[in-house]
Design a protein around this ligand. Structure first.
Ligand code: ACM
Length: 694
């Protein structure tokens, strides 16, 4: 007789374990079948339809990554485990909207990946690899049937190589990461006030004088473009004009709107150097320059920047003002539109479509430019209504250190875009995450992009209804591990950097602190201490991930706290309270850790407050009058420090350059701010514990 209880239990288990997938981005449709396809040393890929070298190398990379995933040496057997079948070649230069769809059928007998184009096979191979898991029998891919295609044609990542140069190897491994989450566009920001980063054959003084020796040769850039093409990724260059151009003027001061002298800027923020749009020689120069670059980058699109024009140089130049008068040009924005019209003619003549940041939107410009919205979703919808194609980056700025959930909640089609007609809505091509690199060195780049980027990639690829943040965080964890297989270093590099900071001190105590802090958000770091382009980014703020999963989970746990959960929360809080004493010797021994004293002490005090609150709660006692109020007020001051006097001038300089009034700037610079540019992120949880007593 079969025991009835275990059967029931098994039924409950089966229900509880309703098949879940770890895929990121989530596919458009997925159905689990019966059984599993074993992945063993005899794994073999066969190309059965249209064939090309790109598919062969993709298959070879898959096997290599499978070996890394499983630790099993692969000696291909005779029977194909996975067949790749597509119908015809993709276009020689990957186009926006080219078919990336695929279907994947996995049974215990084998896997079959089919797509109209090689592009779709590249996407499907990434899905296949993400499906591999270890079960009681070994490594396997579950039986599954997937039909998948992207929601948006434009799914990009911007890497700013201007502020900090990013070596070739860094770009390559990030291209691999992009491919792993089905992104299809790398936008390289190649010039800015702080650096001109590409070899110009037409005007070598641009890179020779403007880069401090850190630039991509044309040969290297061709290598990057080819590397990306192999992975189904387009590359577009951005040359930001007419602002953000100081680095151009070292070699070519004749382009500038003021005599200079110029330097490769060492501070962040927007600088005053502007190209002079009123002189013909400037357009002759740009024609040759863009012609050279248009050949180097085969993509159909060419980004001319166009953001953040501080018009001081134009306003102070008599010849430019006379030009305005003579031609009836009203203001700086109208002058920029004139410049853009000339640029458009040049870019078009060299066979490209011009795109630029949303500042270039102006009624005088024809509808065949593409608007890249960074200042808000509103301008994207406005552009689409007026007939312009556009993409969204507002909401996807990875440098602002926002949590994955915040980016995930931003949809290119939400807000005003939701009210667009179907015709207008089609003009929204997709989005791009941006990593501006003021506070990003090559060493920490991966940690700034990944894993949050995978959540944004899902927003761009998966059906609009894929919005559950809990599911996203669960899968993001899997994606983060998976991305390591692609060679990214956001996880592997973290510990060595912490070890460097701890020096001879206690790594475990530093790790405990590091787990609950996050870097300052938005642009708050810009005035926190003097930053120059060569300031070492080797502090804890540079090492910790933008989002603390420890703090996120703690804050959540506390929100749903029941009596059974209290002992666990208590022991966690006790560990945090006692961590300061454990970290003290490290703070004394390491120059890199010394600044952490107020933060570490702040964590300790926060945890102590939380424990006190739990005492009252468990004893069913009311705290003394005002205790909650005073404790909440104390929480707000923990770990705050005034800016040291020597940093005040720097703070003032940055703020006044950005047109804050002097009085407001003074107030901002005098206000206390989070020590070591770190936020202790368990604060919401402690607030919850305190407020529960009110
Ligand atoms: C930008 O962030 N200024 C495009």
């Amino acid at each position: 007789m079969k025991p009835i209880v275990p059967l029931l239990f098994a039924g409950v288990l089966a229900f509880a374990q309703a098949p879940q997938h770890d895929l990121m981005p989530a596919p458009a449709s997925l159905t689990f079948g019966e059984g599993r396809l074993a992945i063993d040393g005899g794994f073999r890929v066969a190309v059965t339809g249209y064939d090309e070298p790109r598919l062969r190398s993709a298959a070879a990379r898959l096997v290599e990554r499978l070996q890394r995933r499983t630790g099993i040496p692969m000696r291909p057997g005779s029977a194909a485990t996975l067949t790749l079948e597509c119908q015809r070649a993709s276009l020689p230069v990957q186009a926006v909207g080219e078919d990336e769809s695929y279907t994947l059928e996995v049974t215990s007998a084998g896997a079959r990946l089919r797509a109209p184009l090689p592009l779709g096979l590249l996407r499907g191979l990434e899905t296949f690899l993400q499906l591999v898991r270890l079960d009681a029998q070994g490594f396997a891919v579950p039986a599954v049937s997937i039909r998948d295609q992207p929601r948006f044609a434009w799914r990009g990542l911007l890497i700013d190589a201007g502020r900090h140069f990013m070596p070739l190897a860094v770009l390559k491994r990030n291209i691999d990461g992009m491919a792993a989450v089905k992104l299809n566009l790398l936008h390289l920001h190649l010039s800015d006030d702080q650096g001109f980063r590409i070899e110009s054959k037409a005007f070598p003084k641009l890179h020779q004088f403007g880069s401090n020796g850190q630039f991509y040769t044309q040969e290297q850039m061709r290598e990057i473009v080819a590397y990306a093409r192999e992975r189904g990724i387009r590359v577009i260059p951005e040359f930001d004009m007419p602002g953000h151009t100081s680095s151009w003027f070292l070699g070519h001061p004749e382009l500038a709107s003021a005599p200079g002298p110029y330097r490769v800027e060492r501070t962040w923020g927007v600088h005053y150097g502007l190209i002079d749009p009123t002189r013909e020689e400037v357009y002759q120069f740009l024609d040759r320059f863009i012609g050279d670059m248009a050949q180097l980058f085969p993509d159909a699109y060419f980004h001319i920047g166009g953001d953040e024009v501080l018009p001081r140089q134009w306003n102070e130049n008599a010849a430019i003002q006379a030009f305005l008068q003579k031609n009836g040009i009203r203001d700086a924005h109208a002058l920029q539109a004139c410049f853009n019209r000339r640029l458009l003619a040049i870019v078009t003549r060299h066979g490209k479509r011009m795109m630029g940041w949303d500042e270039i939107l102006h009624p005088d410009l024809p509808k065949d430019i593409v608007i890249h919205s960074w200042r808000g979703a509103k301008s994207l919808a406005a552009a689409a209504r007026q007939g312009y194609q556009g993409i969204l980056s507002w909401g996807y700025y990875l440098d602002l250190m926002r949590p994955a959930s915040a980016h995930y909640a931003v949809d290119p089609m939400s807000g005003e875009a939701a009210a667009l007609s179907p015709e207008e809505a089609k003009r929204i091509l997709g989005g791009e995450a941006c990593l501006w690199s003021e506070y990003v060195s090559p060493e920490i780049l991966d940690g700034r992009i990944w894993p949050r980027m995978a959540a944004i990639a899902e927003r761009f690829w998966s059906p609009a209804a894929t919005t559950d943040a809990d599911s996203m965080y669960r899968r993001l964890e899997a994606a983060s591990r998976h991305l390591e297989l692609s060679g990214l270093t956001h996880r592997s590099n973290y510990r060595p950097i912490l070890e460097r900071i701890a020096g001879p001190g206690n790594l475990a105590a530093l790790e405990t602190l590091a787990q609950v802090v996050e870097p300052l958000k938005e642009y708050a770091r810009s005035t926190a201490r003097p930053y120059y382009s060569d300031t070492p980014l080797n502090h804890l703020v540079d090492a910790v991930p933008p989002e603390s999963s420890t703090a996120r989970l703690f804050n959540r746990r506390v929100e749903r706290l029941n009596p059974a959960g209290i002992p666990g929360v208590r022991s966690t809080l006790a560990r945090w309270r006692d961590n300061h004493a454990r970290l003290l010797p490290t703070l004394e021994r390491s120059a890199l850790a010394a600044e952490l004293a107020p933060v570490s002490e702040g964590l300790s005090k926060m945890a102590a407050l939380g424990l006190e609150a739990l005492d009252y709660r468990e004893q069913g006692k009311r705290p003394p009058a005002d205790w909650v109020k005073n404790s909440l007020a104390l929480l707000d001051t923990l770990s705050l420090r005034p800016l040291p006097p020597e940093s005040q001038p720097f703070c003032m300089e940055i703020l006044t350059r950005h047109n804050r009034g002097e009085q407001q700037a003074r107030k901002t610079c005098a206000a206390p701010r989070p020590a070591a540019e770190l936020l202790i992120q368990i604060k919401p949880g402690i607030q919850t514990l305190l407020r529960a007593l009110e």
